[in-house]
Design a protein around this ligand. Structure first.
Ligand code: ADP
Ligand code: MG
Length: 727
């Protein structure tokens, strides 16, 4: 029997037919029921405690011990009422994904008795022997302790029988070992810097926060087929596989109707997400077959990012119930579009002023151009750093690989914004922003349309889209925090510089608004090279970008070097986001993760070829050899010569492929061993990039040839046409 209404809803939902005709519960009825949100707090916390917790999560006021005890008591009661038995500090290690260590509420006493215990101390802080998490040398073995510490700005939630408490993860000395701690610091930095500029415009006491709306792309694959692909299981992508005759040429999948089985999965997923307060808004097919996207309503960046991680975790479990595996890899299939996670990023005040939203008055528009020009400048000055924040072993298959977006970080403005800036450059006066153009279709039934202020350019990695910037280079498997933290940090630093420059102008006697206008013009002029509205995929753009001084590096390990560049270290220090030690550790960790990923791919590929592909190719070769030797017995010498020629060519071709693959696999393993003996993590990652990846690519070409030659009945792995089309 279900013990609560929501469990009953849950059960009913599971029995719901795909096409709903019976009255179903309204989403708002159960939305957030598994979150310790304001509604739950009203029921379980005193008014005084609630006020303190709002102050803490909204104004950054530090919670005192007494309040923590009260919150813990209320949270415990709430969780126990919902049948929860365990709790965990939920954190975001640099390996990606989330980590949790479940503890039972049970505390035994006497002989054979127990009570449920959950104190303020347990809520606030946990020691975690996390020496098995990558830490870039931040935690020596003698100081292997790490701590997780409660983030009250992101509400706790229940998954299954466990209360999950969002936490940061730091070393004994307080250095960040995770993605959340630097993100929180960067939000403070950008908020403060923007608030200082808003004062020029008479806006005070309005807290500025960073907002994030992610768009999660992913592939679904049938679990049964997945189970037969060791490469998918071990590396999340197909290391081999010939293109299907039809993949996305027809472009008939994008925004097509969602297949019923997938829709059933999505409904279930949304149901679970809504209970967890994840505001999923959009779902649709993507460009490639079996590729989809889910996007929420944007939220404050830290919360939005937690919600993205919750979504990814929930997707994994819900998809299994529907016989699917979800692939978050940026490029699970060669020759088919990859997956990204566009990060729609903006900053704004909690009262609702969007700093990248054009206004109605001259002053409002000046403020808008001021903030936008500062973003352009920050992105221009730090385009290499921004790229390093998204470039990983997996995302490298997407970035710069002839597919959106290129591995060059340029910014798209769109016609209207470009015109506004052009006007700014040529005038000394205030700039008039043209409002939305109306557009008549001359179809009487259809009302007048408002044209969006922005054009759509899908090839730009960083595009202005009306009231925000859309950072499209972020990978689908990534924790968005890396990208968003970098953006917040570089923009915070630029805003501080801007304010200094304006103050200097004002000091020399120029009126404030004129000073801002002049400085905005200079800022835009200095970052014009960053702006590119053309086709980012074209060859010409690569040459042009180089000329403009934009970073064109495509190697992830090389791009990580920027993290220890002295200007970058100074920037992070000024913003108070990361120390030199933390940056060094991050570089090391990213390199370590890079090497491990490539090493696993190389080892899996070597196993696959040795145990699956080559034995089958050899059997087929033997079959053909048997055939030709029998032909020799049956046919006359001249007939045999004529009839066996093609077959002998095929046999020769297979034999050469087999021997080449074998040789390459041996050399690849030797290259891995050599890379592993490198002196530093950086040297190792570079060796994997330069010396191992080329083998992976060459072996794939040969194996994909074999797939086309060998008898389809004998081929041991599900092929692309099956993985991508069978539902
Ligand atoms: P599209 O695919 O057309 O780019 P989607 O609707 O899939 O758009 O995603 C757009 C995302 O941008 C959503 O998550 C939306 O909430 C978010 N968004 C909208 N306005 C802002 C804003 N001012 N700041 C941050 N994110 C925003
Ligand atoms: Mg979208």
């Amino acid at each position: 029997m279900p013990s609560s209404r929501f469990e009953a809803v849950d059960e009913a939902f599971k029995k719901r037919p795909i096409v709903v005709d019976a009255p179903a519960p309204t989403t708002s009825e159960y939305y957030g029921c598994n979150v310790f949100n304001r509604k739950a707090m009203r029921e379980y916390l005193s008014e005084d405690t609630r006020r303190r917790i709002y102050e803490s999560s909204e104004q950054g006021v530090i919670l005192d011990r007494k309040t923590a005890e009260d919150v813990a008591a209320g949270m415990k009661k709430w969780a126990l009422d919902k049948g929860v038995t365990h709790y965990t500090h939920w954190f975001q290690p640099l390996t990606g994904g989330t980590a949790e260590k479940h503890n039972s509420f049970i505390e035994p006493f006497g002989k054979g008795e127990a009570i449920e215990e959950f104190t303020g101390k347990i809520l606030c802080q946990q020691e975690s022997d996390a020496s098995s998490f990558p830490n870039g040398g931040l935690r020596n073995t003698f100081e292997a302790r790490g701590y997780t510490a409660w983030d009250p700005s992101s509400p706790s939630f229940i998954i299954g029988d466990t209360l999950c408490i969002p936490t940061i993860f730091i070393s004994y000395n307080g250095e960040a070992l995770d993605y959340k701690a630097p993100l929180l610091r960067s939000e403070i930095a950008v908020g403060k810097a923007a608030e200082a500029l808003l004062e020029y415009f008479g806006i005070k006491d309005d807290r500025v926060v960073a907002y994030l709306g992610w768009e999660q792309e992913f592939f679904l694959v049938d679990s049964a087929l997945y189970a037969q692909r060791p490469d998918l299981i071990m590396t999340d992508r197909t290391l081999i596989g010939h293109n299907a005759a039809r993949n996305q040429q027809l472009e008939d999948h994008y925004l097509g109707s969602i297949p019923e089985r997938v829709l059933a999965f999505m409904r279930d997923l949304e149901f679970e997400c809504y209970k967890l307060g994840v505001p999923i808004k959009a779902r649709h097919n993507e460009v490639a077959p079996n590729q989809f996207e889910i996007a929420p309503v944007y939220e404050e960046a830290n919360l939005a990012n937690d919600h993205n991680l919750v979504l990814m975790a929930v997707m994994k479990t819900v998809s299994e119930k529907h016989g699917f595996k979800v692939l978050f890899h940026e490029k699970p299939y060669a020759g088919v579009n990859g997956s990204g996670k566009h990060c729609n990023w903006s900053i704004g005040t909690v009262s609702g002023i969007g700093l990248f939203t054009p206004g109605k008055t001259d002053n409002e528009n000046l403020m808008f151009l001021m903030f936008v020009s500062n973003v352009l400048k920050a992105v221009y000055d730090n385009n290499a750093l921004l790229k390093a924040s998204v470039l990983t072993a997996t995302n490298a298959h997407r970035l710069g690989a002839n597919e959106a977006p290129p591995a060059i970080i340029s910014t798209f403005l769109g016609d209207q914004l470009r015109q506004a800036f052009d006007e700014l450059l040529s005038s000394t006066d205030m700039v008039k922003l043209k409002g939305k153009k109306t557009y008549s279709l001359h179809i009487p039934q259809v009302p007048e349309l408002f044209l969006d202020n922005t054009d759509r350019n899908r090839t730009s990695p960083f595009a202005f889209t009306g009231n925000r910037f859309e950072f499209r280079a972020v990978g689908s498997s990534a924790n968005c925090s890396n990208a968003v933290c970098t953006l917040n940090t570089i923009v915070a630093d630029q805003l501080v510089k801007f304010k200094k420059a304006v103050d200097a102008r004002v000091k020399s006697g120029i009126p404030v608004m004129q000073a801002i206008l002049d400085e905005t013009r200079e800022t835009y002029r200095a970052s014009e090279n960053e702006c590119f509205d053309g086709n980012g995929y074209s060859k010409e753009w690569k040459a042009e970008a180089k000329r403009r001084g934009l970073d064109c590096e495509t190697s992830a390990p090389k791009s990580y070097n920027i993290l220890t560049d002295k200007d970058v270290v100074a920037l992070y220090k000024r913003a108070g986001v990361m120390t030199d030690v933390e940056l060094e550790a991050r570089k090391e960790t990213y390199c370590e993760i890079y090497s491990k990923k490539v090493e696993i791919e190389a080892r899996v590929l070597a196993d696959l070829t040795a145990n699956h592909i080559l034995p089958v190719a050899t059997s087929y070769e033997t079959k053909l050899l048997d055939n030709v030797s029998k032909m020799r017995e049956v046919f006359s010498a001249s007939e045999y010569k004529q009839l066996s020629a093609t077959e002998l060519d095929i046999i020769r071709n297979i034999a050469t492929h087999i021997s080449d693959v074998r040789d390459l696999a041996i050399s690849m393993e030797a290259a891995c061993d050599k890379a592993n003996s490198a002196k530093s993590e950086s040297a190792k990652a570079n060796a994997y990039h330069d010396k191992v990846i080329p083998y992976i690519e060459r072996i794939r070409v040969l194996v994909d040839d074999l797939e086309m030659i060998v008898d389809d009945d004998m081929w041991p792995l599900p092929k692309y046409r099956e993985l991508l089309f069978i539902r």
